[in-house]
Design a protein around this ligand. Structure first.
Ligand code: CA
Length: 224
């Protein structure tokens, strides 16, 4: 699924039409508000984001996407009306993956989309993690401590996944806070400790895999 966030109806329809004609599933959305609503239904593989939008502009929407744990890794291609170097720099610094300048040819447009999708697929995280008795299925968000299924909240799951992505590495409380809670809270590192505690309890036997590194933070499993 590709979301096309563009307020100009003609362009939006053309984008969706072109993508659909090339075998992609695409949905047109006219502003940031509609995008946020759509994200509740489905997290897309890619987002095309116009800069000049009514309400929140493309940069604000980009910042929002990068601050959300479940959307921060979704590639974003910014769409800009003019060849503005400043726009490009600002967008790329904000985490955009590429830029398309209007007006653009449909062949170039499709080539850029395919290139970004290829790059993001290469970086895809493993779908399952195993660490002694612990099994985590990322896609279905299911977790097992040996054969016992464990129910985790979204934050607990993200926290566990972040530890597993960095298996064997000590992660500081600040880093965890920034990655999992993003812009929601600042400096409340105690939040991390509280979530680690409940995560350990819920994981039961596997909870002991999460190691406290005094004065620094947390780590899961030694490098094998
Ligand atoms: Ca626009």
């Amino acid at each position: 699924m590709i979301y096309c966030v563009e307020d100009e109806k003609n362009i939006r329809e053309l984008l969706v039409y072109t993508l659909s004609g090339s075998g992609f599933e695409a949905k047109g959305l006219s502003n940031g508000k509609e995008l946020k609503k759509a994200l509740k239904e489905e997290i897309p593989e890619l987002i095309l984001l116009d800069i000049m939008l009514p309400g929140e502009d493309g940069y604000a929407v980009l910042e929002y996407l990068k601050g959300r744990p479940d959307t921060r890794d979704v590639p974003v291609i910014m769409v800009t009306a003019k060849e503005e170097e400043d726009d490009k720099v600002r967008g790329l610094e904000g985490g955009a993956d590429d830029f398309i300048t209007k007006p653009f040819g449909m062949m170039e447009f499709l080539a850029r989309i395919k290139a970004v999708l290829r790059r993001s697929k290469k970086q895809e995280q493993p779908k399952e993690y195993h660490c002694r008795g612990l099994t985590v299925d990322v896609k279905s968000r299911k977790v097992w401590d040996e054969d016992r299924s464990v129910d985790l909240t979204l934050k607990e799951f993200e926290l566990l996944r972040y530890l597993l992505e960095n298996r064997g590495t000590v992660l500081s409380r600040e880093k965890i806070l920034e990655k999992i809670w993003g812009y929601e809270i600042y400096g409340e590192t105690r939040t991390v400790d509280v979530h680690i505690r409940t995560l350990r309890q819920k994981l039961g036997k596997s909870g002991s895999l999460i190691e406290t590194v005094r004065g620094v933070g947390y780590r899961i499993g030694e490098e094998e």
